[in-house]
Design a protein around this ligand. Structure first.
Ligand code: GRF
Length: 211
């Protein structure tokens, strides 16, 4: 008879991507550790040409495409997305370079269970071109933020942040590369805290419960 596994069941994570998928890969590598509290149930891209799909498959993950075009508009796309997440028994969602704005209805359905990684120190620089904007603003520090997803873009309660120094000779590309390395560190940490039930949201503040 098999020995019962004393560990609690791992949360089933769905990762949504649109492109390169390096944050998805960081999550997958972290989740490969047996004591990580989540497993990657599925990677879903809204574009068939997302490079991250190949990365996911090479890692042995289930990777699917739910195209955002030809699905009957945003409502149809989100219904298809929801159906695939449910089919894989997903309980937590991580947006990782997912370039579609999700409706309030979809976001509310995943309230408290969906995280995003954003390449700036929110609330500074929501939206796109964050590295160029941080340089143009003369910031001496810049960074990345993991936050809960709420209907307002890049505005949910902050779970984790990491800073990098801005160098005098930085370009948006060199700065992005240093920020990305921090993203790959803090996103798996934040997902692990959520999956372990160690985050508690109080208005805009997120407290960490002892492990
Ligand atoms: C990352 O910089 C992430 O913060 C932003 O989009 C980029 C995605 O990169 N939301 P990757 O696809 O994870 O490599």
């Amino acid at each position: 008879m098999a020995t019962p596994d004393p560990r609690p069941p791992r949360a089933r994570l769905g990762v949504l991507i649109s492109g390169r998928g390096s944050n998805m890969e960081a999550l997958a590598r972290a989740a490969a550790a047996p004591d990580y509290p989540a497993e990657l149930a599925v990677v879903i891209a809204n574009r068939a040409d997302a490079a991250g799909l190949g990365v996911a498959r090479a890692l042995g993950l289930t990777a699917e495409v739910v195209p955002h075009v030809g699905m009957g508009g945003r409502a149809g796309f989100e219904a298809a997305l929801q159906a695939r997440l449910q089919a894989h028994g997903v309980g937590l969602v991580a947006l990782a370079g997912f370039m579609r704005v999700l409706s309030g209805d979809f976001v509310r359905r995943w309230e408290g269970r969906m995280l995003n990684i954003h390449p700036s120190l929110l609330p500074a620089f929501p939206g796109l071109d964050t590295h160029a904007r941080a340089l143009a603003a003369g910031c001496r520090v810049h960074g990345a933020t993991v936050h809960f997803v709420t209907p307002e873009l890049d505005n949910g309660p902050i779970v984790a942040q990491a800073c990098v120094e801005v160098h005098d000779d930085d370009t948006p590309e060199t700065l992005a590369a240093r920020v990305l390395a921090e993203e790959h560190r803090i996103y798996p940490e934040a997902v692990a805290l959520l999956a372990a039930g160690r985050l508690s949201v109080h208005g805009r503040r997120v407290r960490r419960l002892p492990g």
